[in-house]
Design a binder for this molecule. Structure first.
Ligand SMILES: *Cc1c(COP(=O)(O)O)cnc(C)c1O
Length: 392
């Protein structure tokens, strides 16, 4: 955790905190669009970069900076940059690393809108992509083309919880001098730190576990200082997907409790997985923290715990799955994840409804598949609700 902190729990609370403003324990919200220069010459120096300092909130804001420093510290990276949504972060990173004619090598299965963005880049700008299991060094090497500009990885993959060995992927990426980008939304830096495994860039939908309370939409990117400075001064400045100071403040606040929340999410999920696995109406359970997960060895190598997301396949039709969801009383039917509330959704008709049916099949997203984001309630209450809905 940088030089100052030995433990992530302490870094999450004290890291990047700044008490210079009237001794305020919590950094204030700088709800301002612009910053006043003392003199015209100072303005010139700020613009030319001769003097550090703020200019205009699209180019940087002190409250947003606190969050950026905190996430960089927790991921063990040099610098961070905040965005107005997870997709603003994904699109900024992909735009910064590619030009027309390039190719993106992507894990098989990514967030639905990342899939949509890849299609858009191909159709409008001639940036191609393909999907790869990334199950071994050999498989990865064979998928890399001369024009491959970056490797984009999601692990665990949404919603089937397949894993990719980050150390293996980083080794191959280095060999070809291609940056490896990891969407770390599902695991957060508390459970998995891709930069420590040799990957180059980490990004997040901070909407999920980092905020943790379902009240913000935001994105974060962490990487080398030179890369982040360039990203801030080019794509972010000119495309403009910045985060508001208030939302940055909420996220810096959320990060303080990230370690305790992730422990509880993971513990609750482990309990629910055991119960689901034993239930006669459940065909299969997908959870990276389960010793029965086919890639449990990879999970052990790179994840501290399994996290709070479980997918499971119900026996029966789409209508059976929908009826089960409709019987729930405590658990809310909603997309998104990582909130205090347990949330449930049906990928085939919700998050992955835009993915063509044959591809859904290939990705293992059947009509009976259900995704559960296990919240922070007592696990017994979560299970009681699930059980009555399953039995009903
Ligand atoms: C939600 C999500 C995104 C997109 O983030 P937004 O904040 O909704 O824009 C990207 N990747 C993953 C894995 C996600 O779960």
């Amino acid at each position: 955790m940088g030089e100052k902190y030995q433990h992530i729990e302490t870094a999450a609370i004290h890291g990047a905190s700044d008490t210079r403003y009237a001794g305020s324990l919590v950094p204030p919200i700088f709800q301002t669009s612009t910053f006043v220069f003392d003199t015209a010459e100072q303005g010139e120096k700020r613009f030319s970069g001769q003097e550090d300092g703020y200019i205009y909130s699209r180019l940087g804001n002190p409250t947003v900076r606190v969050l950026e420093e905190k996430i960089a510290l927790l991921e063990g990276g040099e610098a961070g940059l905040a965005f107005g949504s997870g997709m603003a972060a994904v699109s900024a990173v992909l735009l910064s690393l590619t030009k027309s004619g390039d190719h993106i090598l992507c894990s098989k299965g990514v967030y639905g809108c990342t899939f949509g963005l890849l299609e858009l880049l191909k159709e409008k700008y001639g940036i191609s992509h393909n999907f790869c299991d990334m199950g071994s060094e050999e498989e990865l090497r064979q998928a890399i083309r001369p024009e491959t500009a970056c490797i984009f990885i999601e692990t665990p993959i949404n919603p089937t919880m397949q894993l990719i060995d980050l150390e293996m992927a980083a080794t191959v990426a280095k060999e070809y001098q291609i940056p490896a980008v990891v969407d770390n939304t599902f695991s957060t830096p508390y459970l998995q730190q891709p930069l420590q495994k040799g990957c180059d860039i980490v990004l997040h939908s901070a909407t999920k576990y980092i905020g943790g309370h379902g009240d913000v939409v935001a994105g974060l990117v962490v990487g080398k200082k030179a890369y982040i400075q360039n990203l801030a001064a080019t794509v972010q400045k000119d495309v403009g997907g910045i985060l508001s100071p208030f939302d940055a403040w909420l996220l810096a606040r959320g990060l303080k409790t990230l370690p305790v929340r992730m422990d509880r999410h993971s513990e609750n999920a482990e309990k629910i997985v055991k119960k689901l696995t034993a239930h006669p109406r459940v065909k299969r359970v997908y959870f990276p923290g389960d010793t029965g997960h086919p890639q449990f060895e990879i999970a052990k190598k790179q994840m501290k715990a399994g996290g709070g997301l479980i997918s499971f396949e119900l026996k029966g039709t789409k209508e059976d799955a929908q009826a089960m969801l409709n019987r729930l009383k405590l658990i809310r039917i909603a997309v998104s994840l990582g909130d205090a509330e347990t949330l449930i959704q049906h990928p085939a008709t919700m998050t992955h409804s835009a993915v063509p049916a044959d591809m859904r099949q290939e990705m293992g997203i059947s009509d009976g598949l259900i995704r559960l984001s296990v919240g922070l309630e007592a696990w017994q209450d979560i299970w009681e609700d699930l059980e009555q809905a399953l039995n009903g």
